[in-house]
Design a binder for this molecule. Structure first.
Ligand SMILES: Cc1ncc(COP(=O)(O)O)c(C=O)c1O
Length: 421
């Protein structure tokens, strides 16, 4: 038993700045009209592109007294086990078409004339694993070189996967945020183009393209929900590291539906809660989360929000939540051993935390006020995104096979009744 303090499964903050009724210049500039069609048109040209599946956990929804739980399963996206390449590939494409001064197709980009004009470009980034893998894959597919910076705690399996996709690797002795700073300095020196999923002062265009690239998955999900007879989900939960994915998903619904948009919940690790910390401030500015970001949710282990994402989430996220590692671990096991009739889903640490969070919100007495505030019940249709599959096989087995990060006693469900429900 670890000496660590036992943390409650969910802590939350109602975002009093959420404004579903207000149009926002920030969201308009991030997601201009027609952008999802444009990004999908690009993604369709990529080798291996197909819609990721939307899966149903109908039996679990019944058990939790919900109308439906829908999982957009990104574990099978472009053979990369995560959604991340959607953003990186689109940003690289936009960057090279800007350099060319022309909107070429992918086929034209790979052909002689465009290549000659562009010369030997190198794309660089810092990563927790998945973004780097997406950049390596995308740069290689579009015919360019890539250099990916990882931090000292990145697992060997994640590093191998990035290298296999064609990137050169640099290991930085520090956290993810140190890797971001280092790649920025080295890129200036070597003339590389940084493709980062996080923004900083003076560097916003590329992270904006990355976020626009993510809209493909929400646009697909909307189409798939319509195929199930649902015009929209009533609630969307999105896990966050720097917040780019959450801002993209929540901004998409804000643009599409305005006041009719779903209720939106951001989910972060308790040990890397930079968005929650920012939401707690009065002045509306993003904050740095101190600490060594010690969480099994590697993709969410970020100490600094992306300012671009934060500006969207400030107004488009209804609730900010934080969860400890055992909530993500529980989500992984529930996905892997579904109830009768439910889809089987392979979900990694960062992918599974939203399902774990949803279960605690519905079943833990301590979250009663939150489930009431969110009006969660039999009419609710929840959209979750399984953002990654088994991206770290050793840790996946530690959790799913060996019961790692087990649920602490006070938060276990009792047999034959849901606790406190
Ligand atoms: C699997 C997974 N899920 C979610 C996220 C969160 O995305 P963001 O950093 O844009 O908040 C990441 C980021 O790398 C990730 O790898």
């Amino acid at each position: 038993m670890s000496a660590k303090e036992i943390l409650p499964p969910v802590q939350w903050l109602d975002n009093r700045h959420a404004r579903p009724d207000a149009s926002s210049a920030v969201v308009d500039s991030l997601l201009p009209s027609g952008i999802a069609l444009k990004t999908r048109k690009f993604h369709r040209q990529l080798e291996g592109y197909r819609m990721s599946p939307l899966k149903s956990l109908g039996s679990l929804a019944g058990m939790l007294n919900l109308g439906g739980i829908w999982i957009k399963d990104e574990s099978v996206r472009l053979s990369l086990n995560s959604f991340k390449a959607l953003g990186g590939s689109y940003a690289i494409y936009r960057d090279v078409t800007k350099k060319l001064g022309d909107e070429v197709s992918v086929e034209e980009l790979l052909a002689g004339e465009a290549r000659r004009k562009l010369g030997d470009l190198v794309f660089a980034t810092a990563t927790d694993g998945n973004h780097g893998r997406g950049i390596a894959w995308s740069a290689t597919r579009l015919g360019f070189k890539s250099v990916v910076y990882v931090h000292k705690n990145t697992s060997a399996a994640r590093i191998d996967a990035i290298r296999r996709n064609g990137a050169e690797i640099v290991v930085v002795n520090g956290t993810y945020d140190d890797a971001v700073r280092q790649v920025s300095a080295d890129a200036t020196q070597h003339g590389w183009q940084i493709i980062s999923d996080t923004s900083w002062a003076g560097y916003e265009e590329i992270p904006k393209w990355v976020m626009q690239g993510y809209t493909t998955l929400v646009a697909e999900a909307q189409e798939q929900l319509a195929g199930q007879g649902l015009a929209r989900p009533t609630h969307v939960f999105v896990q966050a590291g720097v917040g780019a994915l959450a801002a993209s998903v929540m901004g998409f619904y804000q643009q599409l539906l305005g006041v009719d948009r779903p209720k939106t919940v951001v989910v972060e690790p308790t040990e890397a809660a930079c968005l929650m910390l920012s939401a707690q401030q009065q002045d509306g500015n993003p904050r740095h989360f101190e600490g060594d970001l010690d969480t099994i949710m590697a993709g969410l282990a970020c100490g600094d929000p992306s300012p671009l994402a934060w500006n969207v989430l400030r107004h488009c996220a209804d609730v900010f939540t934080i969860c400890p590692d055992y909530v993500a671990a529980k989500g992984m096991r529930v996905y892997a051993v579904p109830l009768d009739g439910d889809a089987f889903i392979v979900s990694g640490e960062s992918g599974a935390v939203t399902l774990g969070a949803l279960m605690y919100i519905m079943q833990w007495e301590g979250a009663r006020a939150l489930r009431e505030a969110l009006a969660l019940g039999p009419d609710s249709q929840i959209l979750l995104i399984n953002t990654e599959g088994n991206t770290d096989p050793d840790d996946f087995r530690r959790v799913v096979w060996e019961g790692g990060d087990s649920v602490p006693d006070p938060y276990k469900t009792r047999v034959s009744r849901t606790f406190g429900g």
